[in-house]
Design a protein around this ligand. Structure first.
Ligand code: HEM
Length: 367
């Protein structure tokens, strides 16, 4: 079974890490007004996550006293590390005068702009802290979040959460999985180290503690599944600009052939519609901008009308939140996909770099 390191000299695990099969994502709101409580929580979370990623408990399951309460809740006891990573993010509300941390703000940290696709539901936005747990065993990911949420009590309260049951993006060397619309997702994603340095990780003149971090944007995107399933496959292909089974761009070739957005068909129309998802999102049509997508399929079962309630937990990493906004401003107004999706949840978090051995996450924030 795979095991990832928590401590390191560069970024936190769970960004460049090839996506594991399952995820549990949770956000928290500070209930304490004290920066000191935040600091203690980040130190305790760091120690706990380091243990969890090794497949260990975070304390006793059965204390010696019969009437004692366990520190670790125990449901991952006999499970291997399962490639667990827990990635911690810090929300914009922390870098304010209220916590005395305004001058430590990551250079580009702010709330996301309002975007044309926003259809947020109450209780699915924002947060002061985020935890992204990913593992090849869903119970290992859930256990991590559960025990870390428990540890946060008194300092931060649970806000909103999404459980991802299947990866919907690909990392280096991985085959491309499919999202719930049946299409390969992650074909053209960031995989090369040079692109990670250029587009994902922060390297600027801002606070030293932020260097090597990344901005995490999360969107809970509901799919109107029944409508999608009633659409002809030829139209579905037009929506994405790709072929359903092979994943090849409609300009021709195989899955990894570079799309030709200028290629024209017999009638003179572009083979890849200019309002298809890939034409609008491709770096060739966005001044070269790329983002790392690391999303998961999710389901909340059925809605009140008996319709399938499911979609994509979209998570992207970039060294400038404006990169996401540029893409989503275009997608939100023109994407053919919009007929079949709603952005119902949203958040932005700064993911600090990894903790060095013997230290804890975002330690420099409190220096
Ligand atoms: C590409 C699905 C939302 C950005 C793709 C592809 C699919 C897909 C099937 C083609 C395969 C690939 O290259 O990975 C979806 C679905 C979404 C969604 C089902 C919502 C439910 C978003 C959002 C963004 C985004 C919100 C960013 C704001 C991109 C980018 C590409 C892409 C940058 C690569 C385009 C290229 O370079 O060819 N998406 N996507 N997607 N998507 Fe999405």
């Amino acid at each position: 079974t795979v095991q990832h390191a928590f401590y390191g000299e560069a970024e936190q695990a769970g960004i460049r890490t090839p996506p594991q099969r399952y995820s549990v994502y949770m956000t928290f709101t500070m209930s304490s007004p004290l920066a000191r409580d935040l600091q203690v929580l980040l130190a305790r979370w760091s120690g706990a996550i380091a243990q969890l990623m090794k497949g260990k408990t975070i304390g006793q399951v059965e204390p010696n006293r019969v009437d004692g309460i366990g520190v670790d809740t125990g449901e991952a006891l006999d499970l291997a590390p399962a490639g667990l990573t827990v990635t911690v993010g810090l929300g914009p509300g922390l870098f304010t005068d209220a916590y005395g941390l305004a001058d430590k703000k990551p250079t580009l940290m702010r709330e996301l702009k309002a975007l044309p696709s926003d259809a947020f539901q109450p209780g699915l936005t924002g947060g002061d802290l985020s935890l992204q747990a990913c593992a090849d065993d869903p119970q290992v990911a859930y256990h991590a979040i559960r025990d870390l949420a428990r540890m946060a009590k008194g300092t931060a309260a649970t806000n909103w959460t999404v459980m991802g049951f299947g990866r919907a993006s690909a990392g280096k060397g991985q085959s491309t999985p499919r999202n719930l619309m049946g299409y390969k997702d992650g074909t053209r994603n960031i995989t090369e180290d040079a692109d990670f340095e250029k587009f994902v990780f922060v390297k600027d003149s801002g606070p030293a503690w932020t260097q090597g971090g990344s901005y995490q944007v999360v969107r809970k995107i509901q799919m109107h599944i029944e409508n999608w399933d009633a659409d002809r496959v030829s139209d579905q292909n037009t929506v994405f600009g790709r072929d359903k089974r092979a994943g090849a761009p409609l300009s021709g070739g195989t899955e990894f052939t570079t799309p030709d957005f200028h290629a024209k068909g017999a009638g003179g129309a572009e083979k890849i519609s200019p309002t298809s998802h890939i034409a609008l999102a491709a770096h060739e049509n966005n001044g070269g901008v790329k983002i790392l997508r690391r999303g998961y399929n999710y389901t909340d079962g059925l809605n009140q009308y008996g319709l399938l309630d499911a979609g994509l937990l979209f998570i992207s990493y970039q060294n400038d939140p404006a990169h996401f906004e540029t893409l989503q401003a275009k997608l939100g107004s023109s994407d053919r996909l919009n007929e079949y999706i709603s952005h119902i949840g949203s958040g932005i978090f700064f993911v600090p770099p990894a903790a060095k051995q013997g230290h804890y996450l975002a330690e420099g924030l409190f220096a």
